[in-house]
Design a protein around this ligand. Structure first.
Ligand SMILES: [Zn+2]
Length: 120
């Protein structure tokens, strides 16, 4: 009952491409152009939108951080395909459900372990 690593390998390559592009876009973005970027919508509104701009900036930073994290996870998953260990949960060693891998091809844990982890 081996996982279809060819299919997931392709998925991961596509996902990787997207993430790399996102990171490049974020890196290319000049922080000083922030005001231009937000456009007119924030100008004619009140204080709340100042907060929104700040929040957007924070989301950007998070996204960048997150993208690099995802990129690492994707590379790790691709390495696992090479090694033949792809699709096994890193905690319990059981196979990760294929529908979970279809949604997150770089998932490292089965849903049970992930839930336990999230619960603390
Ligand atoms: Zn597990």
């Amino acid at each position: 009952m081996a996982v279809d690593t060819k299919r997931f390998g392709e998925l991961l390559q596509k996902e990787r491409q997207k993430v790399v592009e996102a990171i490049e876009y974020l890196h290319a973005e000049n922080p000083s152009s922030l005001k231009d970027e937000t456009g007119d919508s924030s100008v004619d509104n009140h204080l709340a939108d100042t907060a929104t701009v700040t929040l957007d900036r924070e989301i950007d930073d998070t996204l960048e951080e997150n993208s690099e994290h995802v990129l690492k996870a994707i590379d790790a998953a691709l390495a696992k395909i090479e090694a033949g260990t792809f699709g096994a949960c890193e905690t319990c060693g059981k196979p990760i459900a294929e529908e979970r891998l279809a949604a997150i091809p770089y998932a490292t844990h089965c849903i049970d372990c992930k839930r336990l982890e999230e619960r603390g």
